[in-house]
Write a protein that binds this ligand. Structure first.
Ligand SMILES: *Cc1c(COP(=O)(O)O)cnc(C)c1O
Length: 426
């Protein structure tokens, strides 16, 4: 690794460009170290991380408790495959199932795999429990969704860049407008073969769209009425990011922000990823109660690495950190502060139209076209000023720092952001 350590930023970028597939368009900054809310580039410049690897690093970079759990387990036993039992998977499954208040967990690695898993469980449930005729099941999804990159998932995306020339597409999905209960009701009423409704509690990639206050609760009630599974993709919103343990607790009147949801918004199938490992390792999971999860039998589904001992140890540590450090409450309070401060700025701003979000999942909308490069240019300036964020669209910038931030740090970040935005005011 000695050679790698000597690379300049430009050399590292050139290597990726020459030898790596061009499937991303990264902000030009080359990172070599992370700790808590900070990352450092190869030249030693320090930045606040305001993306957190798309909310995977909620617990902060290289959290010592998570790193320790990972290295200890790596030295002991890393992979058995599911051909044999191991002595930590069951402990993790019990811990996480109780943590989120479900009967069972199915372990996978990436978010997209967990979404695929949920879709498979939902379809099998439709045929074996609900009684839909084989191959007739439909799953309702929302416009502008982001659920990952596999062939089936992009089949129901409406992002042309994610979809074009990757067909033929997987059938069996009905797309409706997000945050539109009438559209959901119509789709349920007009189709007797609906098996599930897959939804992001807040649409992250779409630009942090927070639905109306009653949307999730009413959507769940409609699903119940039609015996349709409510499938919550909390890969990005889950695990304290939005100021609750889960964003589906968002409408919950329960005072405990660490609770995993009152029955009225409790999903039938919960999909987790990203922060389930605190960013240390790819860990994802699908949770459901027995009447649903038990449709899966040996040979129906699996993954060589899913539920491996390192993943199990890492995920338990990552979830412990969320509780021990009260990250849901922290995200809630810091998020309020962030939006309050940003709103003060927006009052006098001609470049920023609004700030929206829940907890520490927020976005600002720039007063420019969707396909402008203003948001990108602002992110370049933010980088120069010591803060890393990424546009989700030409005119939307997401702000999602690690949840372990202090109030002073957050205020420091607000001043970096507002100072930078001022450079763009005309
Ligand atoms: C990131 C994300 C996924 C996909 O996760 P990967 O680990 O990148 O496959 C799925 N759903 C949502 C809501 C996400 O934010």
């Amino acid at each position: 690794m000695a050679i790698l350590n000597q690379l300049t930023s430009q050399e590292a970028i050139d290597l990726e460009n020459k030898y790596g597939a061009h499937n991303y368009h990264p902000l030009p900054v080359v990172l070599s170290k992370g700790e808590g809310v900070f990352v450092w580039d190869v030249e030693g410049k320090k930045y606040y991380d305001f993306l957190s690897a798309y909310s995977a690093v909620n617990q902060g970079h290289c959290h010592p408790k998570i790193v320790n759990a990972m290295t200890e387990q790596a030295k002991t036993l890393s992979l058995t495959s599911r051909a044999f039992y191991n002595d930590i998977l069951g402990k993790y499954e019990k811990y996480a199932s109780e943590y989120f208040n479900f009967d069972k967990l199915l372990p996978m690695n990436t978010g997209a795999e967990a979404v695929e898993t949920a879709l498979k469980i939902c379809r099998k449930w439709a045929y074996e429990v609900k009684g839909i005729d084989e191959n007739d099941a439909e799953i309702i999804v929302c416009e502008n969704n982001f659920h990952g990159r596999t062939t089936t998932i992009i089949s129901f995306s409406n992002d042309p860049i994610a979809r074009k020339n990757f067909g033929p597409y997987t059938e069996g999905f009905i797309k409706i407008e997000y945050d539109n209960l009438q559209a959901l009701n119509d789709a349920l009423e007009s189709n007797k073969n609906v098996a599930g409704f897959l939804v992001e509690p807040i649409q992250g990639e779409a630009g942090v769209y927070v639905p109306s206050e009653n949307y999730l609760r009413e959507a769940k009630a409609l699903c119940e009425k039609h015996n349709v599974l409510f499938i919550a993709d909390e890969v990005q919103t889950g695990i304290a990011r939005t100021g609750r343990l889960l964003a589906t607790c968002g409408n919950c009147s329960c005072a405990d922000k660490n609770c995993s949801g009152t029955p009225d918004v409790k999903p039938d199938i919960l999909i987790l990823g990203k922060a389930l490992s605190g960013g240390a390792y790819p860990v994802s999971a699908v949770l459901a109660n027995d009447p649903i999860m038990n449709v899966i039998r040996p040979g129906n589904h699996g993954s060589t690495f899913g539920g491996n001992p390192i993943a199990a140890a890492v995920a338990m540590a990552a979830l412990e950190v969320v509780r021990d450090e009260d990250l849901a409450n922290k995200a809630d309070e810091l998020g309020e502060l962030f939006r309050t401060e940003m709103n003060k700025y927006i009052k006098t701003s001609s470049i920023v139209n609004l700030v929206r979000g829940r907890g520490l999942l927020n976005a600002i909308v720039i007063n420019d076209d969707e396909d402008s490069d203003t948001a990108w240019n602002i992110c370049l300036k933010l980088r120069d000023n010591g803060l890393l964020a990424k546009p989700t669209h030409g005119n939307i910038i997401r702000f999602a720092p690690p949840l372990v931030m202090t109030e002073d740090q957050l205020l420091d970040c607000v001043s970096i952001i507002t100072k930078t935005l001022k450079e763009f005011e005309d």
